[in-house]
Design a protein around this ligand. Structure first.
Ligand SMILES: [Zn+2]
Length: 332
C-alpha cells in the first residue's frame, strides 16, 4: 500500500483543533510536579502510572485525568505543561493549534485563573517568538457541573478575555445535554467568543443537533455519532460544519472497539469537514502524527484524503480568512 498520504501529512504544515492541555500531561511531568508540589498520588513510578492508564471508559479516564491535573499548582507548572506541548507542535509541523483548557478543574482546587493563564501565555509568547507558533485558547466548561457554576467561571474569566478566543463544553457527555448550557453560551456570544462543544462522542446524534441549534456552536468536537444519522451527515456536509475527530481517543474510550470500524474516512468521503486531532494525547496513545499513523495502518489514507484532512484543519479553524489562505497556499 502506498504511504504517499502519510508522507504528505508528515511534511505538510498542519493545524490541530481539539487538544486539551491538561490531557498533554505526560507521566514523567506528572511525577515531577507531584514531588515538587508535595502532592501525594496513589502511584509512585512510571510503571504504576502506565497500569493506571488502562482505563475502560470515559468516566474512569476522567477520574484519572482530574487526579493528574491536581499536580498543577504554580504558574511555572502551567508554563511547563504548555511549553512541552508547543515543542511537540514544532516537532510535528503543527503550525497552528487551538488549545482547550478546563478552568474549573483548577479553580475548584484554589488555583486562580490568572495563575493558569499567565503560565500558558508565557509559554505561548515564547513559542510565537522562537518559531512563529500560532496558538488560540478555548475555555471549556465542565458539563457535569451546573450551568450556574459555568456562568460564575465565565464571569471570573471576563477580565482575561483578550487571551481567549472561544468557549467550549467538555467532560462527561451522557446525561448532560448541550441545552443545559444555553445561558452560558448566550453570554459568551454577547462577549464575542467563538463557540464549540463536544457532542456525539458517547451520546447520540441528537446531542450534535442540540449543540448546533440550542448553543449555536460553529464546530463540533468529536461528532462521530452523526455516522448513525444519514440525514445529519448530509446537513453537516452542506452546512460545512467542521468535526474535530480524535481517532485514538475513540478507541481508548471504546467508542469503537477497533480503528478499522472508525467512520472518519466515510464521513470525509461524504463531504463532511472532518479533521484529525489528538484530544488527550498523553492518555490516549499519542499526538497528532500518531493519530495519522494509526489511521494509515487501520484504514489506509490516500493522498487525496490526507490533503483534504490537512486542508480541513485550517478551514475549520478560527483563524482569519487571510491567515487561512496563507497556510492553505503553503499546501500546494
Ligand atoms: Zn476532547
Amino acid at each position: 500500500m502506498s504511504k504517499a498520504g502519510l508522507q504528505f501529512v508528515e511534511r505538510a504544515p498542519k493545524a490541530e483543533l481539539h487538544v486539551h492541555i491538561e490531557g498533554t500531561l505526560e507521566p514523567d511531568l506528572l511525577l515531577l510536579l507531584a514531588e515538587k508540589n508535595a502532592i501525594s498520588l496513589p502511584y509512585r513510578t512510571l510503571d504504576d502510572i502506565s497500569r493506571a492508564y488502562q482505563f475502560g471508559d470515559l468516566q474512569s479516564f476522567l477520574d484519572l485525568y482530574y487526579l493528574g491535573a491536581s499536580v498543577l499548582v504554580e504558574e511555572d507548572d502551567f508554563y511547563e505543561l504548555m511549553w512541552r506541548y508547543l515543542c511537540q507542535c514544532r516537532n510535528e509541523g503543527i503550525v497552528h493549534t487551538e488549545i482547550m483548557f478546563d478552568p474549573q478543574t483548577h479553580i475548584q482546587r484554589g488555583v486562580g485563573l490568572e495563575t493558569v493563564l499567565s503560565g500558558f501565555s508565557r509559554a505561548i509568547a515564547k513559542a510565537e517568538q522562537d518559531w512563529q507558533q500560532s496558538v488560540l485558547l478555548i475555555l471549556c466548561l465542565l458539563r457535569d457541573l451546573s450551568e450556574s457554576e459555568g456562568l460564575q467561571t465565565l464571569r471570573q474569566a471576563k477580565p482575561l478575555l483578550e487571551q481567549i478566543t472561544a468557549i467550549g463544553l467538555d467532560s462527561a457527555e451522557v446525561g448532560n445535554p448541550p441545552g443545559k448550557f444555553k445561558q452560558a453560551f448566550k453570554l459568551a456570544t454577547d462577549w464575542g467568543l467563538r463557540k464549540v462543544a463536544h457532542a456525539g462522542e458517547e451520546a447520540g446524534p441528537e446531542f450534535i443537533k442540540a449543540a448546533l441549534v440550542e448553543l449555536g456552536v460553529e464546530r463540533i468536537d468529536h461528532g462521530v455519532q452523526c455516522a448513525n444519522d444519514p440525514e445529519l451527515v448530509l446537513s453537516l456536509a452542506q452546512a460545512k460544519v467542521p468535526l474535530t475527530v480524535c481517532p485514538l481517543s475513540n478507541v481508548r474510550l471504546k467508542v469503537y472497539n477497533d480503528l478499522n470500524q472508525h467512520p472518519i474516512l466515510r464521513l470525509l468521503d461524504s463531504g463532511v469537514q472532518v479533521t484529525v486531532n489528538s484530544d488527550d494525547p498523553a492518555y490516549f496513545g499519542g499526538y497528532l502524527m500518531a493519530n495519522f499513523n494509526a489511521l494509515e495502518r487501520a484504514l489506509g489514507l490516500t493522498e487525496l484524503q490526507s490533503r483534504q484532512l490537512v486542508r480541513n484543519s485550517f478551514t475549520g479553524s478560527f483563524l482569519s480568512e487571510e491567515r487561512k489562505t496563507c497556510y492553505l497556499d503553503q499546501l500546494q
